[in-house]
Design a protein around this ligand. Sequence first.
Ligand code: B12
Length: 231
Amino acid sequence: MANEQTYLEEVKLAIIDGDDKASAVATRDALQADVDPLAILNDGLMAGADVVGQRFERGIFFLPQLMLTGRALKAAMAIIEPRLQERYAEDGGNKADTGVVVMATVKTDIHDIGKNIVASMLTASGFQVHDLGVDVPIKRIIATAQEVNANLIGCSALLTTSMPFMRDLVDLLVAMGERQRFKVMVGGASVTPEFAEKIGADGTAQNAVKAVQLAQRLIRAQREQIGVSVR
Ligand code: B12
């Protein structure tokens, strides 16, 4: 009988190989062997994606490999998503701390796998999510947040060259006198808590489960600031 580490290694290898069939099989096998879906996400899928990223940086892998890895990640995500949602429900996420969220990958960036999983976990946790997709200008994100009377804006960026748009979004909210109205959370592989703090965002999270917990904390903080009866 294989141990948990072996299952996680299989998932990671399938992601590194960019093999969507193998990643689906390995993810299913791991779930059937009762491996925690969060461990599969963090130590299988994201760990594999990191290796591919490093090889790409070193010129060992090229764009086609990134694309195949993207497909392998999506195949595994489709299987893991419902189980992650169940796992989170078991953890006792507080369904009372929900609200309206506008999510987007910011301008010039088309990475959406991480954003999609965050959006889907938020939806499963009772949030009303307006997902604007990828390559979204900050003005459109803000306009949508105003239109749907959002509590929270969630921005994703994986390219260091697209991360400054997150700072621009916060700055624009300040300039518009709207900063107090919306909580802002930012995320993506290169986003750190230091970066989030530096740009004046309200927080960041390394994975989808932590992103839901952060969203719930921000909603609670917002309620305390503006009074429970509002929104
Ligand atoms: C797959 C992939 C692609 C696919 C993306 C497919 C898709 N539909 O998303 C494709 C092939 C399109 C691609 C293209 C490119 N890519 Co790419 N890609 C990756 C790779 C290998 C994996 C990304 C991924 O999906 N990870 C898995 C998910 C689950 O993890 P995640 O996104 O981090 O999300 C989690 C958390 O970050 C968090 N999170 C995410 N969003 C949010 C939002 C909020 C609000 C919160 C709270 C949390 C949160 O929760 C998520 C779930 O747990 C990464 C390497 C890496 N380590 O990430 C490179 C990487 C991001 N790519 C990179 C590059 C350079 C490119 C290209 C420029 C390559 C090129 N020469 O064309 C293009 C850019 C295209 C563009 N304009 O955006 C670089 C970026 C380097 C940098 N520092 O800027 C990376 C880091 C690889 C590397 N090390 O060089 N890529």
